[in-house]
Design a protein around this ligand. Structure first.
Ligand code: SAM
Ligand code: DTB
Ligand code: SF4
Length: 341
């Protein structure tokens, strides 16, 4: 039987004349979004399989090392002091609690431990504590990731010297929608932090959130920004908004699930070698939707029953899903493969 090719070739969706080959225009990214769903998934799968084992998923566990009371006004975030969400603010966790949580995450199979703080940026006095956490978690044989807000050059070097593997700092949305969501720091502030992280030699984890009332063009605008970072991030978290009552986005209309899958696929195609992380919002998704996200090229998840302040599927539930789909965690033995003649 002959195969039927889509009438739209990917080369026709690459950047237009006069734009350097490596840059994605928003229009080119949007044209990917507009492909028939099956064609888009096929493209994403092709790209994914060129660079990764499609049955392998990397597991990171999150811990909030300093919760709530944040000075920023990010409209999606339950930890902002600007909104009444009923969340109790707490001080930075002691080192031994952080290491206990990391040990537990490792025992469950996580290979990376991500520590998040509700800060605009770390203060001088915080740096000693966070660098001790990096050293301690690395000492357990895990990869480390931190997300602490904005970093200057010196702070980025301090984290690198302590052995930090990844720094997460999201662009969150497109430049033109950004001001509707956050007013206390600019898009350029975020780009500056990303540059400091990159120049210090730390792997960049940078993505965004969908389902905040943005248009498809704005989702394409976010992906184009990420894909045009030079080099693009090593890890790209795609968060589905967790709508928390009390935040300005607490009543946001959920995004069409297929549009979410499309976002994963478009991230995979535009950033072929990055780890695309299916991030916040999995608790609100059913198994079939998560399976579609893996089929679209997601190859990393947050693992463990909490994100920072909201819930995430139980580890056991993820393990059961992996078994049903024949997926395995990075660093673990693949499920037995059967050859089909
Ligand atoms: N305070 C630091 C910062 O903003 O850079 C680090 C922690 S902050 C909670 C990390 C990221 O979590 C945000 O950039 C945002 O993308 C994501 N996030 C926060 N609240 C969310 C929500 N309700 N739904 C989905 N993602 C969310
Ligand atoms: C990211 O992009 N998503 C994670 C991680 N980086 C730090 C955070 C999701 C937070 C969801 C809301 C909460 O649990 O507070
Ligand atoms: Fe603060 Fe980060 Fe939440 Fe923004 S996303 S309010 S910076 S904790």
């Amino acid at each position: 039987m002959s195969s039927v090719e889509s009438p739209i070739s990917l080369s026709s969706l690459r950047p237009s004349k006069g734009v350097p080959e490596s840059r994605w225009t928003v229009a080119a990214v949007e044209a990917l979004y507009e492909l028939p769903f099956m064609d888009l998934l096929y493209r994403a799968q092709q790209t994914h399989r060129q660079h990764f084992n499609p049955n392998e998923v990397q597991l990171s566990t999150l811990l909030s090392i300093k919760t709530g009371g944040c000075a920023e006004d990010c409209g999606y975030c339950p930890q902002s002091a600007h909104f009444e969400t009923g969340l109790k603010a707490s001080k930075i966790l002691p080192l031994d609690e952080v290491l206990d949580a990391a040990r537990a995450a490792k025992a469950q199979g996580a290979t990376r431990f991500c520590m998040g703080a509700a800060w605009r940026s770390p203060k001088e006095r915080d740096m000693e504590q966070v660098t001790a956490m990096i050293e301690g978690v690395r000492g357990l044989g895990m990869e480390t990731c931190m997300t602490l807000g904005m970093l200057d050059e010196q702070q980025a070097h301090q984290l690198k010297d302590a052995g930090l593997d990844y720094y997460n700092h999201n662009l969150d949305t497109s430049p033109d929608y950004y001001g509707s969501v956050i007013t206390t720091r600019t898009y350029q502030d975020r780009l500056d932090t990303l540059q400091n992280v990159r120049e210090a030699g730390i792997n960049v984890c940078c993505g965004g959130i969908v389902g905040m009332g943005e248009t498809r063009t704005q989702r394409a605008g976010l992906i184009a920004q990420l894909a045009n970072l030079d080099p693009y991030p090593e890890s790209v978290p795609i968060n589905n908004l967790v709508a928390v009552p009390g935040t300005p986005l607490g009543d946001a209309e959920p995004i069409d699930p297929f549009e979410f899958v499309r976002t994963i696929a478009v991230a995979r195609i535009t950033m072929p070698t990055t780890m695309v992380r299916l991030s916040a919002g999995r608790e609100q998704m059913d198994e079939a939707l998560q399976a579609l996200c893996f089929a679209a090229g997601a190859n990393s998840i947050f693992y463990g029953d909490r994100l920072l302040t909201t819930s995430n599927p139980q580890a056991q539930r993820d393990r059961a899903l992996f078994q049903r789909l024949g997926l395995h965690a990075q660093g673990e033995r693949p499920a037995a493969s059967v050859s089909v003649v």
